[in-house]
Design a protein around this ligand. Structure first.
Ligand code: NAP
Length: 308
């Protein structure tokens, strides 16, 4: 079996929580280095900048870019130009056009490019897609409410332009809905609540129109303390499907069908190995397009100031 040497770029929360264990658990990869300005991993060579890694380690064939979206394009463009395969954390970039440009660069350079959507790899997502594919959708309700203080402590970038605010988790819901519904949908209205003095929304209410006449309603909120809610309910002509816990649990007509464990990042790295083997591109931008539309059509209201 071919083993690909890989480096993680940006050693923050998601790199430590998910990428490091997923890479160690996949025999197709060996974690060969990191790029981090402020951190490092025990026993792994670290480079303070990506330029230094690219110059020093021609043997590292793949890079997992785990920094915030605002910094992703520049790093990805350099990595692709240097002939490396690239995995992009979600969201794949700060704008749609920059990610489209990366796709064209990867095609021209013949390297693999994977714009990951980790929630699409939650255990119930594929069973839900298969259950829905021959149904007629009547209504979809998405409720994605979590506590920003618990999940994003001290992350200044998430409140800055391009950080997406509550759409940072909300885009995960959209990545599932765009995968499982058998018909396309598009945004028709959006209300975004910005905390006084902040540059990104803390809450959003969206409404989409689906082909065939159904509506998708989404309620994203970052102020939920206590139990967290990551639910998607799809009413169809043949029953109601409910995904709970971000796609780790599936219920049909109130009956729980199955629960899955934390399988998302191991599946992401299996897919990345396949893409590398065939030098292929997997970059579906539909979740990012819906978020961009929500900003374009968004009615903005200012709410209470948010303090960490
Ligand atoms: P984080 O803890 O703030 O870490 C991001 C790391 O990126 C930083 O530690 C820093 O690493 C590096 N970096 C490079 N340029 C930066 C910049 N301009 N500003 C801030 N950091 C910069 O963020 P995270 O939670 O890991 O999120 C990173 C990406 O993963 C985001 O796109 C997020 O949506 C996604 N994600 C996060 C989670 C989660 O649970 N947190 C889950 C799934 C996906 P160095 O100091 O090492 O250079």
């Amino acid at each position: 079996m071919t083993v690909t040497d890989i480096a993680i770029v940006g050693v923050g929360k998601i790199a430590r929580d998910q990428h490091v264990p997923a890479i160690s658990g996949n025999t197709s990869f060996r974690l060969a280095a990191t790029v981090s300005a402020h951190s490092c991993l025990d026993g792994i060579e670290n480079f303070p900048t990506l330029d230094q890694l690219l110059a020093a380690r021609a043997d590292i064939a793949a890079l997992a870019l785990c920094m915030p979206p605002q910094a992703r394009y520049e790093a990805a463009a350099k990595a692709i130009a240097a002939g490396r395969h690239v995995l992009l954390e979600k969201p794949p970039g700060a704008t749609i056009a920059e990610v489209e440009a990366l796709v064209r660069m990867a095609e021209a350079r013949n390297v693999a490019l994977f714009a990951t959507w980790h929630s699409r790899f939650a255990g119930a997502v594929e069973p839900a897609r298969l259950w829905l594919r021959d149904k007629r959708v009547r209504h979809v309700s998405v409720v994605w409410k979590e506590d920003v203080r618990r999940w994003h402590p001290g992350q200044a970038w998430i409140w800055q332009p391009g950080g997406l605010g509550v759409f940072d988790p909300g885009i995960n819901a959209l990545s599932i809905v765009t995968r499982i519904l058998p018909a396309p949908f598009h945004l028709v209205s959006s209300t975004l609540e910005f905390p006084d003095g902040r540059e990104a929304p803390i809450a959003a209410k969206l409404r989409f129109a689906g082909k065939g006449g159904f509506a998708v309603e989404a309620d994203f909120d970052w102020r939920q303390t206590g139990p967290q809610t990551w639910d998607i309910e799809v009413e169809t002509d043949a029953g109601t499907l409910l995904l709970k816990s971000g796609g780790a649990e599936m219920h049909i007509d109130g009956r729980e069908t199955q629960q899955w464990g934390d399988v998302e990042y191991s599946a992401i790295y299996r897919r990345f190995a396949e893409l590398i083997a065939t030098r292929s591109i997997d970059a579906d931008l539909s979740p990012l397009t819906h978020v961009a539309d929500a900003f374009m059509l968004g009615r903005r209201v200012t709410g209470e100031a948010f303090e960490e």
